[in-house]
Design a protein around this ligand. Sequence first.
Ligand SMILES: [Zn+2]
Length: 288
Amino acid sequence: MPELRIRKPFQCAQCGYDLEGLPVRGNCPECGCEIVTSLARAVDGDAEEDHATPREGAAARARALFFACLSILLSSLAVGPAFIASMTAGGGRLAPPGGIAPPPQIDEILRLTVTVLSAASAAGAALGLATFVVFMPIPTDGRALLVRAAGIAAFALWGMLLFGSPGSAGLSPAWSLPAALALLATAPLFRELGTLSRVYRTRRAARQRVDLMLAAALTAGGAWATAELVQTPELAMAAWLLGSMAAALFVFGAGYLVVNAWWILRAVTRPAPRIREVVGEAGPSKPN
Ligand SMILES: [Zn+2]
């Protein structure tokens, strides 16, 4: 049986040495790492299968998905300024009547944090809107049209909340509606494009489930609505805290979504090589 060799430029996974022309069963001449190890790391074995073949326009949709997730993360940061206000401003739930005056240095840090988070959430709403209006490929079927409409509605709503009354952009029942809509707009893209990324397929523990985030968004909205409706102060406070914790989980989840979307974008734009392209019998494919 003829010896199998690496037949195109292919880097050692450990040291980056070009292994082209070397036998698959050998070791890297530079670091001694087994060549099969480098192959196993770089090649996507499942890419041979049909489910891992990108459909037309997948790169554009993967890019839009990444920006949509980044927008969700940034927009959701609006809960930060609202939480700080709840501790410091007069009338804030966690503040004593009349509010508190933190020491000047802390006050400075808090004000800076509020400015940064507010700017980030405004940028997120603008980016999200641009993503779904401009960058998302033109829908060709009814479901894709719904996805786009949900995305546009989500970020338009987030923008309106931010510019209308900054208080209701975070820690209020109104927050959960754009959060939920934005998730509904990304879920079908994760389902479609997720299979293209080996990392996304295999690293299940680091894969953020969109339905759990949806539950967090709805829990936050429901709990905050309860906090406004119930008369008992202790019950209202408990509901408000529950809502705030659910919102914090949502923000962490959004961070994971960004990472997941990044894996998918990388897999779509720079697909893993297929084993048949990299490995072959020595001879015809390599003239020297
Ligand atoms: Zn090496």
